[in-house]
Design a protein around this ligand. Structure first.
Ligand SMILES: *[C@@H]1O[C@H](CO)[C@@H](O)[C@H](O)[C@H]1NC(C)=O
Ligand SMILES: *[C@@H]1O[C@H](CO)[C@@H](O)[C@H](O)[C@H]1NC(C)=O
Length: 619
């Protein structure tokens, strides 16, 4: 009995458990705890379930809680099909899939609620699961409304800086303010330095709009500060995203604390430069500036400036000295006058002192010493030049035995090596005095016919200025003169008489008279190439002579030959051997050949043949 009673007890304990599983079959419904969706997207809420015993029939129902917190069915599905409940807010936008998932199209914020999936399996019982739908809406950041006015750093309380608005987000976004890239640790408590006024509004659509206004008491450093706001919002899967507004800065009024007065350019000043000075105060708006040149301790010369900028045009050495800028900022708390000085120094080179100063008269073949003195703010370098030619690299120039070609302008050039671009130059005119000297210009000395025009030019040097005469009466010479030279040109028609008399020019001044003759000759046009240049004329003449000599020799030979022939005819009474005369004839022909081929031997040939002829004559 004791053994059965132990067995009975075990059954008594086990039976209710068995009954739970066997007598009451179980329905287990599994749905996700929550489902996330972006606004206006379509989503599916799954509803899976397990039933321990295969039921005869079962169905699934989807429920929501309505505004009055009452459960309300929105859909039903069994083996036969789906039925969507009429007149609910979901009637138009849901369906139930074959696996009993609820499908919602175009999710809205109002769909953010709990959905129930209930499974009824007849005798096997019922089961239910619930899921929360979360809806995310991307907010839109509006343009910052910034304070367009001018703020003063002397203000005693915080001023409105700007307002940032983020519209239509879900969940509600947040706004943070930044200055120069750093978060502003602003409180929402009103105070004199910095605080925020924030607002969150739930729109009719159910979405949230937030706004945040920053109040700040700016200091002077804020003239360069950059502000912006950041809108932060949540997205599915716990992601936080953000968008930044454009950066803006403030228009600030601040008083002057420091004034700077400086030389902008050039740093090394020379006479003639344009010098720029600038006076600048760190207040805004900028104060007025007065710039003066300090003449002595009590006197000043006011100089006009443009917003602190002073340009001294074309400075001279007198521009050196102290300049002063005075700036008065009425916004400054104590109304103080700020004064700053700048000293400038203008490098200069005084006019050169030349000895002789402007003009030097030297007798022909005389000597001349010249000197140049330059004084400037820095050591001066001197040199003497004539035209482009460097004559001396010192302050003095020694000229010996001057000719007329030495006359002209001698220039002393001065420069200051330490100050590039600073230089001066001054000239002396050297005049060489003496009897006139005449130089001819190349001319055509051979004319081919009478009446041909010839141009003759005399270049006349000398000082005092000589007078020039031509030996040809009735023709006017043309004159062209520089300071040291006269050019007299005569153009005339050549006549036989002129060739005979010759043409000359003469020049005279108080030192004497000089003559110069030109040689003209007439060459027949066939023999003289009329346009032959002077240099080749001589060569043409000699070749003509050679031709003439050859012609004469040939004529002479012909005569000799003829004479020989006649002599041979009447040689009976002469009594000379034929053989001898034959050798003579041979020699003659040989000579002719030689003469023709070698002009240089023409003379020898002539003599030889003459000799031959003579020997023949002797018989
Ligand atoms: C100085 O300024 C004047 C007027 O602006 C200008 O004509 C001149 O060329 C300038 N001179 C120099 C050396 O820059
Ligand atoms: C005078 O001579 C100069 C240089 O030799 C020349 O340039 C100028 O044209 C001449 N003037 C006349 C009027 O012939």
């Amino acid at each position: 009995m004791a053994g059965t009673s132990g067995s009975d007890l075990w059954w008594t304990l086990l039976l209710p458990l068995l009954c739970l599983t066997v007598c009451f079959a179980e329905v287990v419904v599994s749905v996700p705890e929550f489902v996330e969706a972006e606004l206006l997207k379509n989503i599916v809420i799954p509803c899976t379930h397990t039933i321990t015993e295969r039921p005869a029939d079962y169905s699934v129902q989807w429920f929501i809680k309505d505004k009055n917190e009452e459960r309300r069915r929105i859909a039903y599905r069994d083996e036969i099909g789906t039925s969507i409940d009429r007149n609910t807010e979901y009637t138009e936008k849901i369906s139930v899939d074959q696996d009993f998932s609820l499908r919602i199209t175009g999710v809205e914020v109002t769909d953010e609620r709990v959905f129930y999936c209930q499974v009824m399996a007849g005798a096997a019982g019922n089961g239910e699961g619930m899921t929360s739908l979360k809806v995310y809406a991307l907010p839109e950041l509006q343009e910052v409304k910034k304070n367009e006015g001018t703020l003063s750093v002397t203000e005693s309380s915080a001023s409105e800086i700007g307002t940032c608005v983020g519209k239509n987000g879900n969940p509600a976004p947040t706004i943070t303010w930044y200055k120069n890239g750093k978060v502003l640790p602003a409180t929402t408590e009103r105070n004199n330095d910095m605080y925020l006024v924030s607002r969150t509004v739930k729109e009719a659509s159910g979405l949230y709009s937030v706004s945040s206004t920053l109040y700040l008491r700016p200091n002077k450093q804020d003239k360069d500060s950059e502000f912006y706001c950041r809108l932060q919002y949540l997205m599915p899967q716990g992601k936080t995203e953000s968008v930044d507004s454009e950066v803006f800065s403030l228009k600030l009024h601040y008083y002057t604390e420091n004034v700077k007065f400086e030389l902008l350019s050039p740093l090394l000043i020379k006479e003639g430069d344009n010098v720029t000075l600038r006076c600048q105060a760190d207040g805004y708006p900028p104060p007025t500036y007065d710039i003066y040149k300090v003449i002595d301790n009590t006197n000043e010369e006011i100089l006009p400036n443009l917003e602190g900028l002073l340009v001294l045009e074309h400075v001279t050495k007198e521009s050196s000295g102290t300049y002063q800028c005075q700036s008065l900022d009425f916004d400054s708390p104590p109304d103080i006058l700020q004064i700053k000085d700048v000293d400038i120094f203008v490098n200069y080179l005084d006019p050169l002192i030349l000895e002789p100063s402007k003009e030097a008269k030297v007798p022909f073949e005389g000597d001349l010493e010249m000197s140049c003195t330059g004084h400037g703010s820095k050591p001066v370098q001197l040199k003497w030049k004539k035209g482009e030619k460097l004559l001396s690299s010192s302050s003095t120039l020694s000229l010996k035995s001057l000719t007329y070609h030495s006359a002209g302008l001698y220039t002393c050039e001065a420069s200051v090596p330490e100050v590039p671009g600073l230089h001066r130059s001054q000239s002396v005119h050297v005049i060489v005095q003496g009897k006139p000297k005449i130089e001819e210009k190349p001319y055509k000395s051979h004319v081919s016919k009478e009446g041909e025009k010839v141009t003759l030019t005399c270049l006349v040097f000398g000082h005092p200025k000589p007078e020039i005469f031509w030996s040809v009466p009735g023709v006017q010479p043309s004159m062209n003169h520089s300071r040291d030279l006269i050019m007299s040109t005569l153009t005339m028609e050549v006549t036989q008489k002129l060739i005979q008399s010759g043409v000359s020019c003469s020049a005279s001044n108080s030192h004497g008279t000089t003559h110069h003759s030109f040689h003209l000759s007439m060459v027949p046009s066939t023999a003289a190439p009329s346009r032959a240049p002077i240099g080749t004329q001589q060569q043409g003449g000699s070749s003509t002579a050679v031709i003439a000599v050859i012609v004469c020799v040939l004529v002479l030979l012909l005569l000799v030959g003829l004479f020989y022939f006649l002599q041979k005819k009447g040689k009976l009474h002469c009594g000379k051997s034929e053989k001898k005369s034959l050798t003579h004839k041979e020699a003659n022909t040989n000579e002719i050949v030689e003469m023709k081929t070698d002009k240089q031997h023409e003379h020898r040939g002539l003599l030889a043949s003459g000799g031959g002829g003579h020997s023949g004559d002797q018989c």
